[in-house]
Design a binder for this molecule. Structure first.
Ligand SMILES: [Zn+2]
Length: 135
């Protein structure tokens, strides 16, 4: 069973379109300067509709994480263990991403990661993920 794919909506489509090009974008509010990670039709701080998409850094640090050994569905159970993490992306947003790559039991809070894109599904949908930077 394949892992599920996101279903872009009018608010999130620019985010997913950018991901297909290997870019991470976030919304900036032109009225108050808030940067928001979850795509919305207006600013979560001042409710202004004056939002613009800007490219984000592709680096961040691990704020928190959990190693999942028992996935919520059959598709995820085939992928265990995997790391689900909150990543503080350089530039001011916190995203929930999987940390991919070797050493799921070695992830540490404060560890630096890079944002990368992992093809998923037959069409190769590009999913933003975090990857450990190992020396
Ligand atoms: Zn605002």
């Amino acid at each position: 069973m394949a892992l599920p794919l996101p279903t872009p909506n009018a608010d999130s489509r620019p985010y997913w379109d950018a991901a297909q090009q290997g870019r991470l974008v976030v919304q900036h509010c032109a009225a108050c300067g808030t940067v928001q990670a979850v795509p919305r039709g207006c600013c979560g701080n001042c409710q202004s509709p004056a939002l613009e998409w800007r490219d984000s850094a592709l680096r961040g640090t691990v704020a928190s994480f959990s190693v999942v050994h028992r996935g919520p569905t059959a598709a995820f159970r085939n992928s265990t263990p995997y790391v689900l993490a909150l990543i503080d992306v350089a530039g001011g947003v916190r995203l929930m991403l999987n940390i991919i790559g070797p050493g799921p039991d070695e992830v540490q809070i404060g560890e630096e990661v890079e944002i990368t894109f992992e093809p998923r599904g037959e069409a190769g949908f590009q999913m933003p993920q975090a990857r450990r930077i190992t020396a």
